[in-house]
Design a protein around this ligand. Structure first.
Ligand code: ZN
Length: 189
């Protein structure tokens, strides 16, 4: 499984098909899905997930991508439910995560917790009337982040994140113990 923004190959070696785009000589996924390699035509594609959609319930663990950060909340686009990653999420794709639900400790500035594009692992707090998430709890938190400068994948170094490519450090208030582990996310060198 790859997330939007993940590097899946080099434009020297492959053509970029559906579900991906080229940037600086690299091919990146534009959708969440499975990579398909056509070696005869040297074509890379990312096929979005299909199948019966998942219906979310309070208590479900989900993966989502931060699509907006406001003063007291983040908007999260739900990508998949843990354990049912191959199914799509149909309705209710957008959730909110309030600043009070980031951590058990007080969070002063929400921008210390997320950047747009981060992938988080969170728990569904409520489904109706609006979908709300919490990151309180073990293993929950940021599971994937991209460098602000060069957009490469960052890895955990101590209690911070470091870019593979340009070596810049960034921090996030709550990094999941499962950082880069879920759904077979590959760390890209
Ligand atoms: Zn970087």
């Amino acid at each position: 499984m790859v997330f939007p923004g993940d590097e899946i190959g080099y434009s020297e070696e492959y053509l970029c098909g559906k579900g991906c785009y080229e940037k600086d000589g690299r091919i990146k996924a534009s959708v969440f899905g499975e990579v398909s390699i056509d070696n005869n035509n040297k074509l890379l594609e990312v096929k979005p997930l299909k199948g019966e959609p998942v219906i979310l319930h309070p208590g479900d663990i989900v993966f989502g991508r931060i699509s907006d950060v406001r003063s007291n909340m983040a908007i999260v686009e739900i990508i998949a439910k843990e354990g049912e990653e191959k199914k799509s999420i149909s309705a209710l794709k957008n959730a909110t995560l309030f600043v009070s639900q980031i951590s058990d400790s007080y969070v002063k500035d929400i921008s210390d917790a997320f950047r747009i594009g981060d992938v988080i692992k969170a728990k569904v707090l409520q489904v109706k009337p609006s979908l709300q998430l919490t990151m309180k709890g073990d293993n929950l938190g940021v599971v994937k982040a991209f460098c602000r400068r060069c957009k490469s994948t960052m890895r955990v170094v101590g209690s911070r994140l470091q870019c593979f490519r340009c070596k810049t450090f960034e921090s996030r208030i709550k990094i999941s113990e499962d950082y880069c582990k879920p759904i077979g996310i590959k760390e890209v060198e």
